[in-house]
Design a protein around this ligand. Structure first.
Ligand code: SOE
Length: 389
């Protein structure tokens, strides 16, 4: 059987992880890579073992062999490139955020529907096996009715004033940083698990480090190290390092989350607790194989990820016996497996249900971010308005 042929645009932190995940699928092949400039593209193609190198992604989009394109570029390029991928009639898998504004993400969603291409966005945390298990438990009513949802997403890679990355600059990263970068994951994951949309928010944002020192040499995500001998320039920062957001979900469910990229010791700690009428459940991405189940009238339990203990629907997302732990790269692979199985089975993006996050979810996420920013600015509750094109 012919493998599905893929091109990847962008090879910073996330592009290579997409390539690795695709390779693990077996029925999909990365045949092309695009970077800014032929020299970088060729160097990266050699490093990553990809046959075709394009110094301009537009040339890759003309390659009729390529059926699917992954957009792994910095945020400010997402909209234009996503648009051109769709217009070239290729299926698209984009990094989040889909675009720089919710007007743009609405336009992309409309365009993807018109061209009937399969569209996915990399909200990977919903693809952890135990997250899927929790989703089925809640859907089957095993924990009772959902009452409260709270948690946080904490990182420390921007803790020092010398930590700098393109995500900090609004013209490249977008007008929101911590909320759009990691709050978007938290919201997507809890909406997926509870099956309930966020409908209203009240937010308090802060820029804990208002001036940063930008190294004239380093710049990769998670790349910073303290104490290096460097030359720096002062850069005023006006995107948020921190946010606390009160949230109201559909059906009167209430919640709260905090995001921070300046919390020492927290590397990539997305966590949430869901309090239901019978039990509570707690999950933390840094210990992804454990699900805490809380009881009022008996000892609490910890469910260790194990296909033998999972609900039938959740079993398909776990690929190893209990104790053979799966983590972050495996969740990304699970998302891509679902995305490419959808394509392989010739499913219809307009009518078939996707088991991965789509541009619909990507657009929803942009609308939530808009409401959070507006709420902080106006210091009042804001409704999440899902803009239509
Ligand atoms: C950086 O904050 C980042 O890489 C995010 O952009 C990812 O989406 C998240 O999964 C990990 O942190």
């Amino acid at each position: 059987m012919e493998k599905i042929k893929v091109g990847v645009i962008g090879t910073g932190f996330i592009g290579p992880t997409h390539i690795e995940a695709i390779r693990r699928l077996g029925f999909v092949e990365v045949v092309g890579l695009a970077e800014h400039g032929q020299e970088v593209a060729e160097q990266k193609a050699v490093e990553l073992g990809i046959p075709k190198a394009y110094g301009d992604y537009r040339d890759m989009l003309k390659d009729s062999d390529i059926q699917v394109v992954h957009n792994c570029t910095p945020n400010h390029l997402h909209f234009q490139i996503n648009k051109e991928i769709i217009q070239a009639g290729k299926h698209v898998l984009s990094e989040k955020p889909l675009a720089m504004s919710s007007e743009e993400s609405a336009e992309l969603l409309k365009l993807a529907k018109e061209h009937q291409v399969v569209h996915g966005v990399n909200f990977n945390y919903r693809q952890f096996p135990i997250v899927k298990q929790l989703e089925t438990m809640i859907r089957n009513g095993e924990l009772g009715k959902v009452n409260l949802v709270h948690g946080s997403y904490l990182q420390d890679w921007l803790l020092f004033e010398t930590d700098f990355n393109w995500r900090l600059a609004p013209e490249v990263g977008g007008k929101s940083r911590a909320v759009a970068d990691i709050g978007s994951h938290w919201c997507d994951t809890v909406q997926y698990v509870t099956g309930k949309k966020i409908v209203e928010v009240f937010a308090d944002l802060a820029t804990v480090i208002p001036v940063r020192k930008k190294s004239t040499s380093q710049g990769s995500t998670f790349g910073g190290q303290k104490g290096q001998e460097e030359a720096y320039e002062d850069i005023p920062i006006n995107t948020e390092d921190y946010a606390s957001v009160l949230v109201r979900f559909e059906d009167g469910v209430k919640g709260l989350f905090t995001v921070s990229q300046v919390s020492a010791g927290r590397k990539n700690r997305l966590s949430f607790e869901i309090a239901c009428s019978q039990n509570s459940a707690f999950w933390n991405q840094e210990e992804p194989e454990k699900l805490w189940i809380g009881y009022r009238d008996q000892p609490n339990q910890t469910l260790l990820a194990d296909p033998a203990l999972f609900n039938p629907e959740a079993k398909s997302s776990i690929h190893h016996p209990g104790g053979h732990n799966e983590g972050w790269p495996d969740a990304l692979k699970n998302g891509l497996l679902n995305f490419y199985t959808f394509i392989r089975e010739g499913k219809n993006p307009l009518s078939d249900k996707a088991t991965f996050a789509t541009f619909e979810d990507g657009h929803m996420s942009m609308c939530i971010t808009d409401a959070i920013l507006a709420s902080h600015e106006q210091q009042k509750w804001m409704k999440v308005t899902v803009k239509q094109e």
